[in-house]
Design a protein around this ligand. Sequence first.
Ligand code: HPA
Length: 283
Amino acid sequence: MTAVPLAERIEETASALRDRLAAEPTLTNPHVVLVLGSGLGDVVELLDPEPRLHIPYGELPNVPSSGVVGHAGEVVAGMVGGRPTLILAGRAHAYEGHTHAEVTLLLRATFRIGAQAVLLTNAAGGLNPVFEPGDLMLLTDHINLSGQNPLTGPNVDILGTRFPAMTDAYDAELAGRAWAAAGRAGVPLRQGVYLMLSGPSFETRAEMRMLRDLGADAVGLSTVHEVIVARHAGVRVLAISLITNMATPDVAEGATHEEVIAMGRIGAARLTAILRQLLPEIA
Ligand code: HPA
């Protein structure tokens, strides 16, 4: 069996997505894609109730479903501020046995149907000691310690160049709008560097100390691979972490997935308040 090249699989997924969105003509041509992290599924309520399309990942070719609790695993298409918007509710992770190329395939397919900006969200552990659980952190930069790169393998020329720059990966204009939106929503925002690990085990105390020394403010198991494929494709990036737990060496106990999901529910309300202000401006 010869493997189908990644570029063709992305096109196949893009075309399936395009076909499904055609069921609601107002929902075709979304310019913004929002990716929701652990426990943040409630953010979907940001979309107008009608029209909405729910497309389970399992109904799209080449898209791995997530087996992780707190990750619904569906594309939700709807309107925000009169503009069509796509939400990827839940993500599959490399720790479930997928490559980064596989788990970013759907996002890359959205670029092929016209998405020009991505808003990425995640749950993360706070390495910066001034952070507190419940804080939202705007990503200013990242460190990829996941051990993988989603661009490994033949370059997908139709999306971008072999060696994309990652300086200034996080869009300054979108970040400025996020600060203003947070101000209007009355939600405090922090900013910092996000560091991606592969997981699924959480960090030892020695690792927490090391990651902080490396210059990171938050640690998590996602997002960076999505930023890389977005910048490869010239798509603008805004990313926000919800600090669900502290990952400082002095924490009484390590985080649990349940804690991450429960804090996600609380954080989702504050994140929604910001996105409600922000999305209509950029959609
Ligand atoms: N470590 C890694 N990933 C996470 C954490 C953490 O402490 N919390 C939420 N996602």
